[in-house]
Structure formats: C-alpha cells, structure tokens
Design a protein around this ligand. Structure first.
Ligand SMILES: Cc1cc2nc3c(=O)[nH]c(=O)nc-3n(C[C@H](O)[C@H](O)[C@H](O)COP(=O)(O)OP(=O)(O)OC[C@H]3O[C@@H](n4cnc5c(N)ncnc54)[C@H](O)[C@@H]3O)c2cc1C
Length: 318
C-alpha cells in the first residue's frame, strides 16, 4: 500500500481545518496515512492526527521550529518524506506551504503543484485540478515524478468524524544547520477570526464602502455570520485596512463557502483571489458591475441600505 504524508499546520485550537480535510482525504483513499508537524504544538497535533486516521506522525517538537524558517523546515520535511517512504505529500496551499514545498521538491526531485481545488484520491490513483485564468477554466495536473506533492486550497474537501486512533510518534531531531536567515521577531495579527485563507465565510468590502467609517458597517454583518473580513486592493492602498486583509492576485487567494462582496467592482485581479468561493453574493449599485458575472446571487442597490437590513435578517434567524 502506498504511503501518503500529510503536512499539518496548527493554530492554538489544534490542527487547522485545512489540514484535517487532507487527513480525511488521505484516510478515505485507503492509503497508509502518515503525518508530519513541526514546533512545540506538534505533539498535540500528532495525537489529534491519530484520531483522523494517521498511523504514524513524524514530528520535531523543538521550540526552534515554532516559527517558520525555510531552511529548517525544508530540511525536516525532506527527512520526514524520506523516513516515511511517502510517494505522495499533501499540504494546504498556505503561504507557509507555498514557500516550503517548492524547496522540498527541488531537494527531492519531486513534482509539486499548488493552489489545487479538486482532489480525487484512491489507493492507486490521483486526480488533481487547479483553476487557471482567474478561475475561468480548470487544468488537470499530471504529476510524473516518483514523489508527488499536492497543495490544496482550504475548504475544498469534507472532514471525517473524529474516531478512536493513535499515531505512533517519531521524533526527529532539529537539523544542525548554519542558518543563512534568522527570524528575530514575528508580529502576529490581533484578530481572533480565522485567517482569510481558512475562513468558511468572508465579508469583503471595496471602494463602494465610501471611506474607513463606511467600511465599519460590514463588521456587525461579519460578526453575525462569524465571518472574516476581507478587502480589495483599492482600499488597502488607500490605508483603510491592513494588507493582510487583501484578497486577490497580489493579496490572498481564498476559497470560502460563502463570499459576500460589498461595493466591489470585480476587477480581474480581485476575481483571481476569490473566484474559487463556493457561493458568491455581490452587492453593488451598478447593475453592469463585472462582479455580477461571477456572482451566484446579485443584489443591485446601495450597500448602506442593504448591508444593515441583511445584518438584521441574519441576526433574527441565526
Ligand atoms: C498588478 C495589479 C495587481 C492587483 N492586485 C489586486 C488584488 O490583489 N486585489 C484587488 O482587489 N485588486 C487588485 N488590483 C486592483 C484592481 O485592478 C482594482 O483596481 C480593484 O480591485 C478595485 O477595487 P474596488 O472594487 O474596491 O474599487 P472600484 O473598482 O472603484 O469599485 C467600486 C465599486 O463599488 C460600487 N459602489 C460604489 N458605491 C456603492 C454603494 N453605495 N453601494 C453599492 N455599490 C457601490 C461601484 O459601482 C463599483 O463597482 C490590482 C491591480 C493591478 C494592476
């Protein structure tokens, strides 16, 4: 039976949902499921991974690995892949993984594809697709190397129910490398909300929100829906909100179940980051706005009329 290694990323609340999706897909494929995780949270991650079907977890719980360092992580990931004899590696298409796995692929002469939205995995076959041209079409990707690495967008796959299970833990030692780069400080965002790339629901605003005060009417809506707030580059460039909230070609690629676009025209560079959303709702006063071509549901009207009413309606039913 072939071995599939799932690279786990965690938050303070445990393994990220995007990683659980991959553990579930691996388990459902009938392959031998292995996991790897780095940093002090990796012990807890290994325990949790066992409940999602991982038979073995390769971890390095050294505190040196708490923050991402490409040299340390790539050396460890290569070791985990070799030690696990995995011929398939699954990871979420996070910023971290998109930096890490091309390095790993280069070291192992492996094939890597990122930003995938479709994964059909059986014991002896893999079918992977990724969107191209801002989601206008999908490419079927053939990975021809012996080791295949697939990075999946979040929120694309179901998560299995928790079951009983324990992963055997293999502790790897932190590589002794003369580091060329050293991270001195990591400044974490203060938001309690899920990162945009992980979010299941996103309420996003653009220049149609008029000004930073106007943008704030999205907060109660996001709060009610337990959504993460997003933005277009136009308002990020104008300093209304920080860059980590930008969705699009030069911002984050998101794939929520629901994306509510408020006062957003739907420029191609914005669509590039959000067209993988399952359901798109657009609110715009211009019926010709390009966003309506992508939207599943369109509300033509003033955001300042519609958003407060929507918020009240949701409050009443949720
Ligand atoms: C190289 C490059 C990279 C880029 N990368 C990104 C990126 O990553 N992300 C990104 O978003 N953009 C990106 N852009 C910018 C992009 O081209 C657009 O300029 C930007 O997305 C427009 O933002 P917007 O929709 O907020 O503003 P606008 O295009 O100005 O649209 C505002 C919309 O609000 C509507 N509106 C106005 N008032 C109201 C109201 N009261 N009620 C309802 N609707 C209203 C208008 O009808 C209009 O459709 C990039 C551009 C370039 C050149």
């Amino acid at each position: 039976m072939s071995n599939v290694l799932v690279f786990l990323e965690s938050t303070n609340n445990g393994i990220k949902k995007s990683s659980l999706e991959l553990l579930s897909a691996a388990k459902n494929s009938g392959r031998n499921v292995l996991a790897c995780a780095f940093g002090e949270s990796s012990k807890a991650a290994a325990e949790e991974a066992g409940k999602y079907g991982a038979a073995k977890a390769f971890i390095c719980s050294d505190a040196k690995l708490n923050d991402y360092n490409s040299e340390l992580y790539s050396a460890l990931a290569v070791q985990a892949i070799k030690d696990s004899s995995a011929d398939l590696v699954l990871a979420s298409s996070s910023m971290l993984a998109r930096d890490l796995f091309p390095r790993v692929a280069a070291k192992l002469d492996a094939a890597v594809t990122s930003d995938c939205t479709d994964l059909e995995l059986t014991a002896d076959n893999i079918n992977v697709k990724k969107p191209l041209y801002s989601g206008k079409c999908k490419a079927q990707v053939e990975l021809s190397a012996d080791i295949k690495i697939v990075l999946m967008r979040a929120n694309q796959l179901p998560v299995n129910e928790l079951a009983d299970g324990t992963a055997e833990v293999v502790e790897l030692s932190a590589p002794e490398i003369d580091l060329k780069t050293l991270i001195k400080e990591v400044v974490k965002g203060t938001s309690e909300k899920l990162d945009l790339t992980e979010a299941n629901i996103i309420v996003s605003g653009g220049r149609g929100m008029r000004d930073p005060e106007g943008y704030k009417i999205l907060e109660p809506l996001a709060e009610t829906l337990n959504a993460t707030l997003g933005a277009t580059r136009a308002i990020v460039d104008d300093g209304w909100v920080p860059h980590n909230m930008q969705v699009g070609q030069t911002g984050k690629t998101v794939a929520p179940t629901l994306y509510i676009a408020c006062g957003i025209s739907g420029a191609i560079q914005h669509l590039a980051g959000m067209s993988g959303s399952k359901v798109i709702v657009a609110i715009n006063k211009d019926p010709e706005a390009p966003i309506f071509k992508k939207a599943n549901y369109g509300l033509v009207g003033d955001v300042f009329d519609i958003v407060p009413k929507l918020t009240e309606e949701f409050k009443a039913i949720l």
